[in-house]
Design a protein around this ligand. Structure first.
Ligand SMILES: [Zn+2]
Length: 557
């Protein structure tokens, strides 16, 4: 039972029996207690408004505050105010005052804030006061009576014209622009609009973690989905099948290439938006965060004209960025560089980049086979997902091409056993593989507010030798604090932790059909490989990130 309901009981505005009935009433999800009380009619509306004002410390509306004309009609639609029983009263540059009968409906208040781009001030009024004022204003504007069958009931699932109409509604356009702008400002890589029970959740991924961006009433959420589908050229009438689209959108000062995928769910259609990197941001191999020895090793291996270099890690571990940086490092007008990707994330000047299209038969394998006829020098295969691609890839590496690719494995050593599992013969792996880079992304501590803390003697002993060797100065760690630069999170951006397994003669001999990745890893460490954990610890000592972050990304198997 909500505190507000018990408060009403204590003040004898509700009887025990009414409270029981309110609690038992089966109502749609997302309906607030206040709305339920309003609908029950147990309390006179004016008495309820007075009580809400007192309880939540909100002023009741003064008769002189009712507006004589619509406020921000280009941002807040009539449909919205009617459906949610709210009425904008007055707006200035930074704030919007709104009459509400239910101040607890935060989803509606959030929508108003987003659509108006203003801070929201509340005045309490009764539901019937608000609704009659709304109709009076609209009537005055249109000069005709609004019929009872308002368009709020008209949203049939299949009504394409209506969906389009909704998606062109100014508040919806503003809402979507705002979501993009905020996502861009927050440095989000993904934005998700996900219908849930009684609301539509907007979440974004920042520095690898999901965070909630907004919670919208269902209709506004659906309209936002339609708007995004229109922006990306998808069929808005099709809501039962998944669709993919791309577009270039402007968000604040920046333009983004986005890839959009829709997916039907039990609560409605969800949309996932991936922000692709802008064309001019090809990553620099020197800025990936490799320590000097690792960097030197990777460059040396990449400078061969044949063989294979593999980057491994789970989804979202920065593999594509590393490969793009290697490609850019190798980018030379005398060489022919070709990539096969899904999707093309970085556009690199002078490189032929091919997007696979499985729907028309352009898979990784078929594309790779046909492009070998173009005689490339360096081939980047976005991912070796299947046996056929792996086999063609290894064969190309054997026949005078440098092949760069990614595999979905947790450790560098795991790449070798994965290739064997994919049906590649061990001797072919031994004769083509040059090195494997394994990586994860961790959140980078905000350099403005991070705080050092001394660590215990026992902890110092836990630090892997390779990390301790690399670090000069006192053994201390850093923790996040939070400031205005990092939005109070203590983290800003991401950093990668790496391990690079170079295949030397000794390891080459070990690669046999039944080899375990443990044996390979042990041998590599004996040869001086810095493990991802070791690199992570070193980066903790350097104040780049925290032990918790290292633990988080190295334990997700
Ligand atoms: Zn900070």
């Amino acid at each position: 039972m909500s505190e507000f309901i018990s408060n009403l009981r204590e003040r004898s505005l509700l009887t025990d029996e009414q409270v029981q009935r309110l609690l038992k009433a089966t109502t749609a999800a997302g309906v607030s207690d206040v709305r339920r009380i309003l609908q029950s009619g147990y309390i006179d509306q004016l008495a309820l408004a007075t009580e809400l004002a007192r309880y939540f410390g909100i002023r009741q509306i003064d008769e002189t505050e009712w507006p004589s004309d619509e406020v921000l009609p280009d941002r807040i639609s009539r449909r919205f105010i009617r459906e949610h029983h709210v009425l904008p009263l007055v707006a200035d540059d930074s704030s919007l005052t709104v009459a509400v009968s239910d101040p607890t409906d935060t989803a509606v208040l959030d929508s108003l804030r987003i659509a108006s781009e203003r801070h929201i001030e509340l005045r309490l009024a009764t539901d019937s006061q608000i609704m009659s004022r709304i109709e009076a204003l609209i009537e005055k504007r249109t000069g005709s009576l609004i019929t009872a069958q308002g368009d709020s009931n008209g949203l049939s699932e299949e009504d394409e014209a209506h969906l389009k109409d909704l998606a062109l509604d100014a508040p919806v356009i503003d809402l979507v622009n705002r979501l993009f702008r905020e996502a861009s400002a927050a440095r989000a890589t993904d934005l998700h609009v996900e219908p849930a029970r009684g609301r539509v959740l907007v979440r974004r991924r920042v520095d690898g973690l999901m965070q909630e961006a907004a919670s919208l009433p269902p209709e506004l959420g659906r309209a936002a989905v339609s708007r995004i589908k229109i922006l990306t050229g998808l069929n808005i009438a099709e809501r039962r099948l998944p669709q993919d689209g791309r577009a270039r959108v402007r968000a604040g000062e920046r333009e983004h290439d986005i890839r959009v995928a829709t997916m039907p769910t039990i609560h409605g259609e969800s949309v996932a938006i991936r922000f692709l990197h802008a064309t001019n941001q090809t990553p620099d191999i020197n800025a990936l965060g490799l320590e000097p020895k690792q960097l030197e090793l990777l460059k040396a291996q990449a400078n061969h004209d044949n063989g294979m270099i593999i980057v491994t890690g789970p989804t979202g571990s920065g593999k594509t960025t590393t490969l793009a940086a290697v490609l850019e490092f190798l980018n030379d007008p005398t060489l022919r560089l070709v990539t096969i990707e899904d999707p093309v994330e970085y556009q690199i000047e002078g490189v032929n980049q091919i997007q696979i299209r499985p729907d028309i038969g352009l898979t990784f394998a078929t594309t790779l086979r046909s492009l070998l006829r173009l005689d490339p020098d360096i081939i980047m295969v976005g991912e070796m997902r299947d046996s056929e691609t792996a086999k063609i890839g290894v064969n190309s590496a054997l026949t005078g091409h440098l092949v760069l690719t990614t595999l979905h494995t947790n450790s560098a050593a795991g790449a070798i056993t994965r290739l064997i599992d994919l049906g590649v013969q061990a001797f072919l792996i031994a004769s083509t593989l040059r090195c494997v880079v394994a990586q994860r992304l961790v959140r980078r501590l905000c350099q403005t507010c991070r705080e050092p803390h001394e660590v215990s003697e026992e902890f110092v002993h836990e630090i892997p030798a390779e990390a301790a060797r690399r670090h000069k100065g006192p053994a201390r760690m850093w923790k996040p604090k939070g400031c205005e630069h990092c939005n109070g999170t203590g983290f800003l951006g991401r950093a990668a932790i790496f391990e690079i397994l170079a295949i030397d003669e000794e390891l080459r001999r070990l690669i046999k059909p039944d080899i375990s990745s443990d044996i390979i890893a042990r041998q590599a460490i004996a040869n001086g490989m810095v493990t991802m954990l070791g690199d992570g610890f070193a980066k903790c000592l350097d104040g780049v990130t925290t032990i918790e972050e290292i633990g988080r990304v190295t334990s997700e198997d």
